[in-house]
Design a protein around this ligand. Structure first.
Ligand code: HEC
Ligand code: HEC
Length: 413
């Protein structure tokens, strides 16, 4: 049975723009969902058609605006390992109840994140504490996770595979036994690694696939690094000037001379986490039950049926240093137009809200980064900055998405 509905688009999606022939957006945008005459455009998974990409070729080709792959690679690229990693990544049988794959939180057509959820939902509807980061260009992240607690892609995979609220496997051995008993996996592991699945090579295979999800060559790259004068329009160029100057965004989201990763690989306190920690819940909230039907629900009722939301203190949870409270890793801004919602907790659903947040000086607290301060941007500068951010979408994204569509999802027949 297929349990989730994907794809197709509504013309009312404003943030997601078509790149090539592929619409990068959630299947069911829910534009007009508050009206009784709402109609969905969703299609089921089998209705998607994919095209296999040459992923190793993608690694080896030049990507304007990105640093050299070999300086960051964690595994020596290997076509057979990438293919195995891709199969594992999309395979729902890798979760305890065989419903949830990595790709269901890192959804290809949603920028390899989840556009529809501030914080994704794992096996049996369990909440996660943070927003799912995009996996595009993940190989260039020196530290992984919002609190930078991990640095190795091959090791990282055991965290979602075993987390109770993610894929919920009871043990490493449980996952490995599944892989040993499946003939296709058995052969693929033997052919790729010369041994059966183990705690190392499952991670290596998944890391190989994730490493291949790289893309530069955005319109910004063509303009800045490729010196194509017309690749950005005047408004976008103005936005770049704001990014570098009045907005001082580049002090953390770095742009270098020969490449730009839009991150300093450091952690900072912008106040997003502080504000959430200090926020008082409203007594009741309005919940949309179905098209045109809403209900006001008491918070105490929601709390009685839901899991308590975990506190989130950022890097403090790793270092236990009180000075690190509410500091999070600077995310890259590549492909930002397709990776909403934003921030470690998915606080903002649009780039307008993010820019507004920075413009007003973040959320003041005793540990706020000194680099965050009111910007006094005019409306025109705000708009220009947004347009600039939207020029950072990689030109090969459609290929990576279509490749994802071509992967089997591991349904149990
Ligand atoms: C239930 C949703 C969910 C599933 C399933 C899931 N992830 Fe994630 N993933 C997340 C969230 C949320 C984070 C951020 C967690 C944090 O920072 O504390 C994350 C973070 C990551 C990161 C770190 C990226 C970065 O830039 O820091 C990687 C890599 C990753 N996931 C890969 C995977 C792989 C591989 C799988 C499958 C084995 C997987 N994920 C399954 C939700 C999910
Ligand atoms: C002090 C360093 C710093 C500065 C300056 C800064 N940022 Fe950030 N940015 C961060 C950090 C850290 C996060 C993650 C914060 C969080 O989740 O709590 C972030 C998150 C973001 C995000 C969300 C990314 C995502 O994937 O969720 C966007 C968009 C963004 N910043 C744009 C900007 C813009 C535009 C400016 C300039 C107006 C700017 N930033 C200035 C450090 C900075």
């Amino acid at each position: 049975m297929r349990i989730f509905w994907v794809l197709l688009f509504s013309s009312s999606i404003s943030t997601a723009e078509p790149v090539g022939d592929v619409r990068l957006a959630p299947g069911d945008f829910k534009g007009g969902y508050d009206k009784l005459d709402y109609e969905t455009d969703s299609l089921s998974l089998p209705a998607r058609t994919g095209i296999d990409a040459d992923l190793i070729g993608n690694i080896k080709s030049e990507h304007l605006g990105l640093p050299s792959f070999s300086a960051y690679q964690q595994e020596a690229p290997d076509a057979s390992a990438i293919a195995l990693g891709r199969k594992l990544f999309f395979d729902r049988r890798l979760s305890r109840n065989k419903t949830m794959s990595c790709a269901m939180c890192h959804i290809p057509e949603q920028g390899f994140t989840s556009n529809e959820l501030k914080r994704p939902i794992g096996v049996e509807g369990r909440n996660l504490k943070r927003n799912a980061p995009t996996l595009l260009n993940v190989v260039f992240n020196r530290r992984l996770f919002w609190d930078a607690r991990e640095s190795n892609l091959a090791q990282q995979v055991w965290s979602p595979l075993l987390a109770k609220n993610e894929m919920n496997n009871p043990s490493v051995g449980h996952v490995l036994e599944q892989l040993h008993s499946d003939e296709e996996y058995f052969d693929m592991f033997m052919n790729t690694f010369g041994e059966t699945a183990n705690i190392m090579n499952v991670g290596q295979a998944l890391a190989q696939y994730q490493q291949s999800l790289i893309g530069g060559g955005s319109r910004f790259d063509q303009w800045y690094f490729g010196r194509e004068k017309t690749a950005l329009n005047t408004l976008e160029q103005k936005g770049f000037a704001v990014f570098m100057g009045k907005g001082a965004c580049q002090s953390c989201h770095n742009i270098g001379d020969s490449y730009a990763l839009f991150t300093d690989h450091q952690l900072h306190n912008t106040g997003v986490g502080f504000e959430e920690s200090m926020r008082k819940d409203p007594k009741s909230i309005t919940v949309q039950l179905a098209p045109g039907i809403q209900a006001s629900v008491d918070q105490s009722l929601i709390r009685s049926v839901g899991e308590e939301k975990e506190n989130d203190l950022g890097l403090y949870e790793v270092s236990l240093n009180p000075m690190d409270r509410w500091t999070y890793r600077t995310p890259s801004l590549r492909n930002i137009a397709v990776t909403a919602p934003y921030m470690h907790n998915g606080e903002f659903s649009s780039l307008d809200e993010v820019i507004q947040f920075y413009n007003s000086g973040g959320a003041p607290n005793e540990l706020l980064s000194p680099l965050i301060r009111p910007l006094n941007l005019t409306n025109h500068e705000h708009l220009a900055l947004k347009e600039f951010l939207k020029s950072l979408t990689s030109n090969n994204l459609p290929e990576l998405v279509l490749d994802g569509f071509a992967a089997p999802v591991g349904d149990v027949l």
